[in-house]
Design a protein around this ligand. Structure first.
Ligand code: CA
Length: 231
């Protein structure tokens, strides 16, 4: 039996049932909530390990639910959104959601997202101890000495590339929005910053992938970037 409890917040019966059946057949424990009010009640009384949250609910905006839950909990929140509301997706990530699934999504995708946050949950105590060195597959970052190696070979990065890599690595598994990243790196989010971000991200990815043939950074077009966990 899986010990992870998932809260499924979705007003559409058929999607809610589909997710519920999937979780059940993979031995997850789960709770359901058809609206915002019961979502907050379930989240506060049962402390789920993960929340799947539909943004379009009858009584509340999903983004407001994220903000509310974030006042007392860091539970991973995976947003479920319709293809058309990119803007909402970005707002949700900025409000503290960890990831998103776009409708229509596949069961395989849903389970993959769930495994990513589960891995993150189980690795948290460890990462709290070793905060100065980060390891992800062949990639090793020593935050204190500003050095990065790939398969033990030194990787030369510009200061901005290093800061970008640090930011992504400290949020591994999470999609970071363009606005969030430019705010962290440059302290603003002008159109120019987003254009610069694209350029720096392209050079950073090239350096990372040239040395290893591993994809570390995933692009979410129109939304942002994420560092993938490499096994
Ligand atoms: Ca809905």
């Amino acid at each position: 039996m899986n010990t992870t409890t998932v809260l499924v917040v979705e007003d559409d019966n058929s999607i809610r049932n589909l997710i519920g059946t999937t979780l059940k057949s993979h031995n997850y424990k789960f709770l359901v909530a058809p609206d915002g009010k019961s979502a907050i009640l379930e989240a506060s009384t049962h402390n789920p390990d993960v929340i799947f949250l539909d943004l379009g609910l009858p009584d509340m905006d999903g983004v407001d639910i994220i903000r509310k839950v974030r006042t007392w909990s860091n539970v991973p929140i995976i947003v479920i959104s319709a293809r058309t509301d990119d803007e909402d997706k970005i707002k949700a990530l900025d409000a503290g959601a960890d990831d998103y699934l776009t409708k229509p999504f596949s069961i395989v995708e849903l389970l993959a997202r769930l495994r990513v946050v589960e891995r993150h949950l189980s690795s948290q105590p460890q990462s709290a101890v070793s905060t100065s060195v980060f390891v992800n597959g062949p990639l090793r970052i020593d935050y204190a000495s500003n050095s990065v190696t790939l398969d033990d070979k030194e990787l030369h990065l510009t200061p901005i590339e290093f800061r970008l890599l640090t930011l992504l690595s400290k949020n591994i598994g999470r999609v970071l929005t363009h606005n969030y990243i430019t705010q962290q790196i440059w302290g603003s989010n002008m159109d120019n910053d987003i254009a610069s971000l694209r350029v720096f991200m392209a050079t950073l990815r090239k350096k990372l992938e040239k040395g290893s043939n591993v994809q570390f950074i995933q692009t979410h077009i129109g939304v942002g970037y994420r560092m993938l966990k490499v096994d």
